[in-house]
Design a protein around this ligand. Structure first.
Ligand code: G3I
Length: 582
C-alpha cells in the first residue's frame, strides 16, 4: 500500500525578517577542546568541585561536527558560569530580553525535570523563572532529542561580563548548546539549526552552497552564517588558474586549502571553480605564444596538479567555464558557436579539443569527481533572450557525450534578475538536460532588483528564489543550489547594496528571500520525512475529486480518496491539500 502524506498547504507566508534580528551568542562550544571544563557554582555562590557537579565540553552526537556542554548535577542545584563576549552594558543590555538555548536529556533518565530555570548576571542580579515542572523529554536510545528553551529575562540595566545559568534540580544530567541572547523583535534565529536551509536541504540530499573567500572563514557572524546555513562552499577566486598556478608549474594552493580545510571542519562539501576559463588565466600563459602542443601540455599539467591536490576533498569541478559565444540564435540539434577565439586563449591556440581534453584529464585525475561545464545565460529554455545559448549548450553537451567525453553535468550560473527570471523556463531546461542523463544545477545565483527595498519586489524575489528551490527539490538531476555571495554588500555585482541580489543583508540578517528558501526546503523535507498519514475520508460513497500537480495542472479527474495511492509517485494537490504519494 503506497503511503500517502497529507501536507498542510503551505501558502508562502511573507516574513519580513527585521533588520534588527540580533543574536549575541554566549557560547556554542564548537571552538572549544572536548574536555574543557566550565566553573559550576551552588545556590549560595560557592564554586562546586567536580565530584559534586560538573560542566564539560563533549562532542555533539547529533551532528558530524561541533560540540555541546554536558552538565552533571549532584545533591545540590548547580549553576554554570559563562563569559559574555565583550560584556553588555547600558542601552545595549536592555535590547536583549530573552535568553535561549538548546537542551537535551540523555536516554534512560526517568525522573521528571522539575524545578526553576535561574539566570544570574554576575554575582549580583539573579532572576528566577518560577515553574514547577518543565517538559524536557528524555532522548531515544540512539538519538538525542533537542528541546528549544527560551526564557524572557527582565530588562537589566547592565550585564556584567559573566552570567550563571542552571536549574533548581538535583541528581540529574543534561546537555546544552547554542546559548545566546535574543532581542525581542526577533524573527529569525540563525543559530537555531532547524531554521536553516542547510538542515532541511541535507534531509533531501541536496546541496545549498555559497561562494566564499578565505577572509570570511572564521567564527564571526558572517562565518557562522555561512557554515550554519549552507552545506557547500565554492571559492569565488581561490581555485582559478591565476590563483593556483601564478607561475608556470609553480602551484599555490594556500587560499584553496584554507577554504577546503574550513569547509571539511564544518562538514561542508566543496565545489571546485574553475580549471579552464578564458578569464583569470595566469598572465604567463598569455605572455608567451605557446604552440597548441605546449598549451595542451600546460592545461593537462594544471588539471592533474590542481584536481590531484584536492582529490577526495573536492567532490565536483567546473572543468570548463563560459566557452560558448553569446548570440547563438539556434534551436536544439542546430549546433553551437564557441566563444570568439580572440577572447579565449585556450580556444585560439588549441581549438575546440581543449574542452574534450580538459574533461578527460579531470576524470583521470579524480575518477570520483563530478564534472561540470559551466556558463551564464543558459538557464531559460524558451521565450527568453537566453534560449538560443541554452539550446547551444544542450547541443554541445550532446556532442561531448556522443564522443564519450565524461561530462556529468551543466552548471547554470544564473546571474539573473528579479524581473528577468522565469522560473518555469528554468525547469524546462533542467528537464531537457535530464533527457541527456546529465545533472543541471544552479552554480552562481544572484537576483538583483530595480527597487528591491520595496516590499513588492522583496516578495517577488522571495517567491522566485523559492521557485528555484522548488525545482531543485523535485528533480533528481538538480542536486545543487549555489548563490554567488553571502550578503548584499559582498557581491561581485556593481552597487549590489542597492540592488540587493542575495539572501542576507549586510548585517547578516536573513532577508525574506532566505526565509522563503528555508520554508521551501522544509516543506519538501517534512513531506519526505513525515510518517505516513492516511487520508481520513475513505468513505467509498464519497464522490471523487480532481487531482492537480503542484503547477496547478489537472492530472486526474474524479479520483476517490481510496484511489489516490494508485497515482504515480509525486506531490499532488487534492481537495486543497498537498498529498505526497510515495
Ligand atoms: O587579486 C587581485 C588583487 O591582487 C588586486 O589588488 C585587486 C585589485 O585589482 O584585484 C584582485 O583580483 C580581482 C579578483 O576578483 C580577486 O578578488 C580582480 O581584479 C577581479 O576582476 C576579480 O573579480 C572576480 C571575477 O569573477 C573575475 O572575472 C569576482 O570576484 C568573481 O565573483 C567573478 O566570478 C565569476 C565566476 O568566476 C564565473 N562566472 C561569472 C562570475 C562573475 O563575473
Amino acid at each position: 500500500m503506497k503511503r500517502l502524506l497529507l501536507l498542510t498547504f503551505s501558502v508562502f507566508t511573507f516574513i519580513a525578517a527585521s533588520a534588527a534580528d540580533k543574536v549575541i551568542r554566549i557560547e556554542n562550544f564548537d571552538y572549544l577542546e572536548v574536555g574543557t571544563k566550565f566553573k559550576v557554582y551552588g545556590s549560595a555562590g560557592a564554586q562546586l568541585s567536580d565530584d559534586v557537579a560538573s560542566a564539560t565540553v563533549v562532542k555533539d552526537p547529533r551532528y558530524s561536527f561541533g560540540n555541546i556542554l554536558h552538565v552533571k548535577v549532584g545533591s545540590t542545584p548547580a549553576f554554570v558560569e559563562f563569559d559574555i563576549p565583550n560584556g553588555l552594558t547600558g542601552s545595549k543590555a536592555s535590547e536583549y530580553e530573552r535568553i535561549a538555548f538548546e537542551m537535551m536529556r540523555p536516554f534512560g533518565q526517568t525522573d521528571r525535570f522539575q524545578g526553576s530555570f535561574v539566570v544570574s548576571f554576575g554575582t549580583t542580579e539573579s532572576l528566577r523563572t518560577a515553574f514547577a515542572d518543565i517538559d524536557v523529554p528524555v532522548s531515544e536510545e540512539n538519538k538525542l532529542k533537542t528541546s528549544k528553551m527560551t526564557y524572557s529575562i527582565k530588562k537589566v540595566s547592565s550585564f556584567s561580563k559573566k552570567i550563571r545559568i542552571g536549574f533548581t534540580v538535583r541528581n540529574t544530567e543534561y546537555y546544552i548548546d547554542e546559548l545566546r541572547f535574543l532581542t525581542t523583535d526577533f524573527k529569525y534565529d540563525y543559530t537555531d539549526v532547524e531554521q536553516t536551509a542547510r538542515y532541511h536541504a541535507e534531509k533531501l540530499g541536496k546541496s545549498i552552497g555559497v561562494c566564499v573567500n578565505p577572509n570570511q572563514l572564521n567564527d564571526s557572524r558572517e562565518g557562522q552564517t555561512i557554515y550554519r546555513n549552507f552545506n557547500m562552499v565554492v571559492g569565488e577566486n581561490a581555485m582559478k588558474f591565476d590563483a593556483t598556478e601564478p607561475r608556470r608549474n609553480s602551484f599555490n594552493f594556500s587560499s584553496g586549502d584554507q577554504i577546503v580545510n574550513w569547509a571539511l571542519k564544518h562538514d561542508m562539501q566543496v565545489r571546485g571553480h574553475t580549471l579552464a576559463w578564458h578569464s583569470q588565466t595566469a598572465q604567463w600563459v598569455h605572455d608567451t605564444e605557446y604552440s597548441k602542443k605546449e598549451m595542451l601540455s600546460i592545461l593537462k599539467n594544471h588539471i592533474f596538479k590542481v584536481v590531484g591536490h584536492w582529490k577526495g576533498k573536492i567532490t565536483e569541478w567546473d572543468v570548463v567555464n563560459e566557452v560558448l559565444a553569446e548570440n547563438q540564435g539556434r534551436g536544439v540539434g542546430a549546433g553551437y558557436d564557441l566563444r570568439n577565439p580572440g577572447e579565449s586563449v585556450w580556444y585560439r591556440r588549441c581549438g575546440e579539443e581543449f574542452i574534450d581534453s580538459a574533461f578527460v584529464w579531470a576524470h583521470q585525475a579524480d575518477p570520483d569527481a563530478i564534472l561540470y561545464i559551466n556558463d551564464y545565460n543558459i538557464g531559460h529554455w524558451e521565450n527568453h533572450y537566453e534560449s538560443g545559448k541554452t539550446h547551444a549548450m544542450y547541443n554541445l553537451v550532446k556532442r561531448l557525450l556522443d564522443d564519450g567525453i565524461p561530462v556529468h553535468g551543466v552548471g547554470m550560473q544564473m546571474h539573473t534578475s528579479i524581473n528577468g527570471l522565469n522560473v518555469s523556463s528554468i525547469e524546462k531546461t533542467i528537464k531537457e538536460f535530464q533527457t541527456l542523463g546529465v545533472k543541471c544545477i544552479i552554480t552562481e545565483l544572484d537576483m538583483p532588483g530595480s527597487n528591491p527595498s520595496s516590499s513588492s519586489e522583496q516578495r517577488v524575489q522571495a517567491t522566485k528564489y523559492a521557485g528555484l528551490v522548488d525545482i531543485v527539490c523535485r528533480y533528481d538531476n538538480a542536486p545543487t543550489f549555489v548563490v554567488w555571495g553571502i550578503a548584499d554588500d559582498r557581491s561581485w555585482l556593481e552597487n549590489s547594496e542597492q540592488t540587493k541580489p542575495l539572501l542576507f543583508d549586510p548585517e547578516m540578517a536573513a532577508k525574506p528571500a532566505y526565509i522563503s528558501v528555508v520554508n521551501k526546503f522544509k516543506e519538501y523535507a517534512v513531506a519526505a520525512g513525515n510518517p505516513s498519514i492516511e487520508i481520513d475520508d475513505h468513505n467509498p460513497l464519497l464522490a471523487g475529486d480532481d487531482v492537480y500537480n503542484i503547477m496547478g495542472q489537472k492530472v486526474a479527474t474524479s479520483v476517490k480518496p481510496a484511489d489516490i495511492h494508485n497515482l504515480p509517485t509525486g506531490l499532488y494537490i487534492y481537495r486543497g491539500k498537498k498529498v505526497y504519494v510515495e
